[in-house]
Design a protein around this ligand. Structure first.
Ligand SMILES: Nc1nc2c(c(=O)[nH]1)N[C@H]1C(S)=C(S)[C@@H](COP(=O)(O)O)O[C@H]1N2
Ligand SMILES: [Mo]
Length: 488
């Protein structure tokens, strides 16, 4: 079979792929900036990172003060990060939007490749490709380009094959291994890669692989038969040098324009980006993850010695007074759309059936830690207060105020009923300490950490979160444009 044409679908998929790959790389760099350190070990102990992109010192000494992981966040330039300047929430929106389009495009490309017979241009059918590829590299090294091939020479075919069939799926697999929902349901899955931090590191290295491929690929396209290459991939036939230069310029212009537009609108109007992209992403994410139930049970020896803290403890008089009395005056109020409002002291909570679980915590910034949690099942509490049928969300309010507002997060009632959704008063066998949320904090084990409200004051059942705070579903959604769904 001789491939002398580049069918329209192939050229179209190639173009779509470029646009989204670049958005994925830039938004991925933004996500990295939230914790610009990479680890091989899920304890993610500060100081054990194998590489870091920050000069900041993070030397937690809790005797002096509470250190929080938001202090580790770095501000990256908009030249490399989408959108740059500490915008993890918006970076994630672009990343997940791009994943939807990139995977759909890739799936369509795979299908057409195999149904059309065009797969033979990429998939080697003989081992002789290996020595041939080495030979090709030698020729390239002596500046001999335009090697014979059908349509590609051996090293080209091998490289394209690796990128399309190995690196692409590898990025999806390592990306999925960072999802708290997927890992909660299938705790053995991330172990394939050596854990969630290793998956994060490998995902980063895969990104570097993509960047190197793009640089070499573009360089080769320009150095070897530029006009023919440009014509083939954009028009489906060889063209003149003038037109090739025009196509290349136009293509660069389109990619730059998309990126400038996405960056500009993200920095100027993050709420708009959060809303519009969220409207596309959230229904898909909820369908994928809201029914997924956590099946984690690590062993005591897995527990992380140093469990990072996020969020400064409340500094209000109200909380200080409660703390002074060892929280004996503290009452948990459960109210809203319930048949039976509740008011429970710590002693009341201790008297209820105690759940214990050893699970892995995943902060949206990227660190992980394993802890043992003891507390009361949320489902049990709900059965006591009897939510009304119109109660769709459980809102947890904290004693803590940060960025000028009370911290709160809403979770769908569906998630609140999951077996490992608990209100924890114990951590690693001891009563919860102040930094980790005393006297009570939420654990919802299929979600990212920001949903797990600490220093809980009250719980309200509501039909909608739109009238609470700024109406985005939580303090982090309101102030930092985090996503509504925290399953990935
Ligand atoms: N009230 C309150 N709860 C909060 C936060 C916060 O800032 N304020 N931070 C959240 C985030 S982002 C994470 S990762 C976890 C961290 O829990 P830890 O401090 O016990 O590690 O708490 C969550 N709960
Ligand atoms: Mo977090």
């Amino acid at each position: 079979m001789v491939f002398d044409d580049f069918p329209f679908w192939l050229r179209f998929a190639h173009f779509i792929n470029i646009v989204f790959i670049i958005l994925l790389i830039r938004s991925g760099v933004e996500i990295l900036s939230a914790l610009p350190k990479l680890y091989w070990n899920d304890h993610a102990r500060p100081g054990t990172e194998w590489i870091k992109f920050t000069k900041k010192k993070f030397t937690p000494n809790f005797k002096k003060r509470t250190w929080i992981s938001l202090e580790e966040e770095e501000s990256f330039s908009s030249w490399i990060a989408l959108p740059g300047h500490k915008n993890l929430g918006i970076g994630r929106h672009w990343h997940f939007l791009s994943i939807i389009f990139w995977i759909s495009n890739g799936a369509a490309y795979y299908i057409l490749l195999f149904t059309s017979g065009e797969w033979q241009r990429l998939i080697p059918t003989s081992w002789s490709i290996l020595p041939e590829a080495i030979n090709d590299v030698m020729l390239y090294a002596s500046f001999q380009f335009n090697l014979p091939g059908n349509p590609y020479d051996s090293i080209q075919q091998l490289t394209y094959f690796s990128v399309v069939f190995l690196l692409g799926p590898f990025m999806i697999a390592t990306g999925a291994a960072m999802s708290p929902s997927i890992d909660a349901r299938f705790p053995r899955y991330p172990k394939i890669f050596g854990g969630r931090q290793a998956a994060r590191s490998l995902h980063f290295l895969g990104m570097i692989g993509f960047v190197l491929f793009i640089i070499v690929h573009v360089a080769m396209v320009i150095l070897s038969n530029f006009s023919e290459n440009m014509g083939n991939i954009f028009l489906g036939q060889a063209t003149s040098f003038g037109i090739a230069v025009g196509i290349f310029a136009l293509f660069v212009l389109v990619v730059v324009a998309v990126n400038v537009w996405a960056t500009g609108i993200s920095l100027k109007n993050p709420r708009l980006v959060q809303r519009k992209l969220g409207a596309i992403i959230d229904p898909i994410r909820q369908t994928l993850f809201n029914k997924v139930v956590s099946r984690q049970q690590f062993s005591k020896s897995d527990v992380t010695p140093f469990f990072r803290v996020n969020g400064y403890p409340p500094d209000t008089k109200e909380y200080e007074n409660l703390m002074r009395n060892g929280f004996s005056d503290w009452r948990l109020k459960v109210l809203g759309l319930v048949e039976k409002p509740l008011e429970l002291s710590l002693v009341d909570l201790y008297a209820l059936k105690k759940e214990i679980q050893i699970t892995e915590h995943s902060c949206i910034q990227g660190w992980t830690a394993i802890g043992e949690w003891g507390g009361v099942s949320m489902n049990h509490l709900l059965s006591k207060c009897k939510p009304l049928p119109q109660a769709n969300y459980v809102v947890l309010y904290s004693y803590q105020f940060t960025d000028g507002d009370q911290f709160y997060e809403a979770i769908p009632i569906e998630l609140a009923k999951h077996p490992q959704t608990i209100l924890a008063y114990e951590m690693n066998g001891d009563l919860l300490d102040i930094p980790h949320g005393a006297p009570l904090r939420l654990r919802v084990e299929t979600q990212l950490g920001y949903k797990m409200v600490k220093w809980i004051k009250s719980i309200e059942l509501v039909d909608d979160y739109k009238n609470i705070g700024m109406g985005q579903g939580g303090h982090r959604e309101d102030h930092m444009y985090y996503d509504l769904g925290a399953g990935i």
